[in-house]
Write a protein that binds this ligand. Structure first.
Ligand SMILES: Cc1cc2nc3c(=O)[nH]c(=O)nc-3n(C[C@H](O)[C@H](O)[C@H](O)COP(=O)(O)OP(=O)(O)OC[C@H]3O[C@@H](n4cnc5c(N)ncnc54)[C@H](O)[C@@H]3O)c2cc1C
Length: 311
C-alpha cells in the first residue's frame, strides 16, 4: 500500500474502531463480487446507518483514500491485484417502511427480498425484477431492468448523502434522468441511502407471478457465479448475446472463465476464474464480434482495483 494511503487507512481504522463502526481488514475480492474473483481489498467498512456513513465520509474527506460504494457486487469485478483503498458496504441500511402503496427502503436491501416483502403486502410492481440479485442502491444507480420493467420507473424519490459536504438530499422523481441501464450521472457525488417506491395495490397472486419469472430466468440463465450481462445492448438494439452466439463463442474458455453455454452474454466462473480470465474473455468476444459484424461491444460491468491485463 502507498504510504499516504496506508497512513490514512490506519487513522480511519483507529477512529471508526473507537466509534464502534464495523470494519474488516484485508477482505478477499471473492467475498464481495458475485463473480467470486479478485485480490484483497485493504479495508471494508459496513456502517449501520446514515449517521455512521456520514462519519465515514467525513473521515474520508479529511484523510483521503480511494473508495468505492458496493451494493451486492452483482455488477462489479475486483482486480486480481486487489483494491488499494476502502469499500463501503451498505448492507446494513436495510429498513423497509410502508405507507399505503409507498415503500421507503434502505439502499442495502436486496431486490429479491424486497419483491418478496412487497408481494406479501399485495403491492404490485417488482415481480418481473425479483430475480435480479442486486441491492436497491445498485438497482437505483444502474436502472436495473428486465422483462420490460426498469427499476427507475418505480421510484418516487431517492434519498442520498452528498460526499463533499455530507448534506442529506432528496431527489424527486421529476429530477431523475433514467435511460437504458443508466441514471446518467444524476448520482455523481452522492451515495444513495434509500429510495421511495410507488407500487400499485393488487389482488393478483403476486407470488405466482414472481415464480413465473424465476422459472423463465432458470431456463435462460446459467446457475454459476457471474456478473449478469457482460455487455450492454449495442446501438442496433439487438442483444450483445446474439452477436456473441452468432460468432460461435458460446462455451469458449479462458482459464476458469467461460462464455456461458446457456446465455452468450454471461461470462461464468466454472472454477477458480480470475478477474483477468473474465477480462480476457470479454476482450476476445469484443474483438471477434467487431471483426465479424463490425459491432462495438461496451461492457456493462464496473471494474475496480488492479489487474495484470489492460481493461
Ligand atoms: C445472475 C445475474 C443476473 C442479472 N440480471 C440482471 C437483469 O436482469 N437486469 C439488470 O439490469 N441487471 C442484471 N444483473 C446485473 C446487476 O444485478 C445490476 O447491474 C445491478 O443493478 C447491480 O446492483 P448491485 O447492488 O449488485 O451493484 P454493485 O455491483 O455492488 O455496484 C454497481 C454500481 O452501483 C454503485 N452503487 C451501488 N450501491 C450504491 C449506492 N447505495 N450509492 C451509490 N452508488 C452505489 C457502485 O458503486 C457501482 O458503480 C444481473 C447480475 C447477475 C449476477
Amino acid at each position: 500500500m502507498n504510504r499516504g494511503i496506508c497512513y490514512n487507512v490506519n487513522v480511519i481504522v483507529s477512529v471508526i474502531n473507537g466509534k464502534g463502526i464495523e470494519y474488516h481488514k484485508n477482505v478477499e475480492g471473492k467475498r464481495l463480487s458475485l463473480f467470486k474473483s479478485g485480490g484483497t481489498v485493504d479495508l471494508v467498512i459496513n456502517p449501520s446507518n446514515a449517521r455512521e456513513l456520514s462519519t465515514v465520509l467525513d473521515l474520508l474527506n479529511q484523510f483521503p483514500v480511494p473508495y468505492y460504494v458496493l451494493g451486492n457486487g452483482s455488477n462489479t469485478l475486483i482486480g486480481d491485484k486487489g483494491f488499494r483503498g476502502i469499500i463501503i458496504l451498505l448492507s446494513k441500511l436495510n429498513d423497509i417502511t410502508f405507507s399505503n402503496n409507498k415503500v421507503l427502503v434502505g439502499a442495502g436491501v436486496k431486490l429479491p427480498y424486497l419483491a418478496h416483502v412487497t408481494s406479501t403486502a399485495n403491492l404490485e410492481g417488482l415481480e418481473r425484477l425479483s430475480g435480479i440479485p442486486c441491492s436497491i442502491g445498485g438497482a437505483t444507480i444502474k436502472n436495473a431492468g428486465c422483462y420490460g420493467v426498469e427499476f427507475g420507473s418505480l421510484i418516487s424519490k431517492v434519498l442520498a448523502i452528498k460526499t463533499t459536504n455530507l448534506d442529506y438530499v432528496t431527489i424527486d422523481k421529476a429530477l431523475l434522468n433514467y435511460s437504458y441501464r443508466s441514471s446518467n450521472n444524476t448520482f455523481d457525488g452522492l451515495i444513495v441511502t434509500g429510495v421511495e417506491l410507488e407500487l400499485a395495490p393488487s389482488n393478483k397472486n403476486l407470488r405466482e407471478i414472481i415464480e413465473h419469472y424465476a422459472q423463465k430466468r432458470r431456463l435462460s440463465q446459467p446457475n454459476l457465479p457471474s456478473l449478469g450481462s457482460t455487455f450492454i445492448k449495442p446501438s442496433t438494439g439487438i442483444s450483445a448475446g446474439y452477436y456473441i452466439d452468432k460468432a460461435g463463442l458460446k462455451g469458449t474458455k479462458i482459464g476458469g472463465a467461460q462464455i456461458s453455454e446457456k446465455h452468450a452474454n454471461f461470462i461464468v466462473n466454472i472454477g477458480n476464474a480470475t478477474s483477468s480470465d473474465y477480462l480476457s474473455l470479454a476482450e476476445l468476444a469484443t474483438s471477434i464480434v467487431k471483426r465479424k459484424f463490425d459491432i462495438d461491444l461496451t461492457k456493462e460491468i464496473d471494474i475496480i482495483g488492479v489487474n495484470d491485463i489492460e481493461q
